[in-house]
Write a protein that binds this ligand. Structure first.
Ligand code: DGL
Length: 270
């Protein structure tokens, strides 16, 4: 048994979408989340820069005493998963691409046309195609980078006409030309626009990493006998820029008032 918190991080707010799944599945666990809101988006940055930022966050989480690191960001998972595992061999590190790929192939028909929506860095890495094709080589995959989505979501514009127009700009021709029936939301920000996608493209199957990541965390902690016996501390949410959007989105995603939540500023340069 291990009562230390689980460390989660993302380039911004998106990774918070996986936290409710963890808290429901493992209510005894506590979480430290770090969102690098001052430097988001990562998806348009070079692999070198993404790796550098990742190590700063990894150091912060390890210094904070976490028992596990969950990369709640596809961009970092596709660019720096091995680096984190090599740097902190004493701590299990879980990324979000393998769990999502496993979930996709579970009951995906062989003739499905699967669109993979993600940031430029994730698409450039080819990490999704590689993982999915290891499990189901015949599946037809259509990757698409949607770089404008993360900045709009971080601005709190998920629920607006601007977002609908942006989604249509990327997806209208793509869905038609490739006869897409399944969309992998390969960025942890994208579940925040799943209502828009359902409305714009009814009938398309949407798949995100949040639930599967929680299952992977559960299995890994169980296998290592590292589950918490009882809740020992509050969840803490750090951001490198404590904007009102960050606070508002945490309230919305967790369905709790900000006064009840432990939300803090953390400058990684200090
Ligand atoms: N949530 C991150 C992901 O899953 C967003 C990346 C970004 O900052 O561009 O890829």
């Amino acid at each position: 048994m291990d009562g230390r918190p689980i460390g989660f991080f993302d380039s911004g707010i998106g990774g918070v979408t996986s936290i409710p799944h963890i808290l429901r599945m493992l209510p005894e666990e506590s979480v430290i989340f770090f969102g690098d809101t001052a430097r988001t988006p990562y998806g348009s940055k070079s692999p070198h820069t993404i790796r550098q930022f990742t190590l700063q966050i990894g150091d912060f989480l390890v210094r904070s005493g976490v028992k596990m690191i969950v990369i709640a960001c596809n961009t970092v998972s596709s660019t720096a998963l091995d680096l984190l595992r090599e740097t902190y061999p004493q701590i299990p590190v879980i990324g979000c691409i393998a769990p999502t790929a496993r979930e996709l192939v579970k009951d995906c028909p062989e003739d499905a046309h699967v669109g993979i929506l993600a940031t430029r860095a994730t698409i450039r890495s080819g990490a999704y195609e590689k993982k999915i094709h290891e499990l189901k080589p015949e599946l037809k995959l259509f990757p698409l980078a949607c770089p404008a989505l993360v900045p709009l979501i971080e601005e709190g514009l998920a629920d607006t006409e601007i977002m609908d127009l942006t989604l249509k700009h990327y997806l209208d021709p793509f869905m038609d030309e490739n006869q897409i029936d399944t969309l992998v939301l390969g960025c942890t920000h994208y579940p925040l626009v799943s209502a828009n996608l359902k409305r714009l493209y009814p009938g398309v199957r949407l798949l995100s990493s949040s639930h599967e990541v929680a299952t992977a965390v559960n299995m890994e902690l169980k296998a290592r006998n590292m589950l918490a016996a009882k809740r020992e501390r509050e969840n803490t949410f750090y951001a490198s820029d404590l904007s009102s959007n960050f606070v508002d989105l945490i309230e919305k995603i967790l369905g709790r008032d900000k006064e009840e939540l432990d939300i803090r500023f953390k400058n990684l340069d200090i």
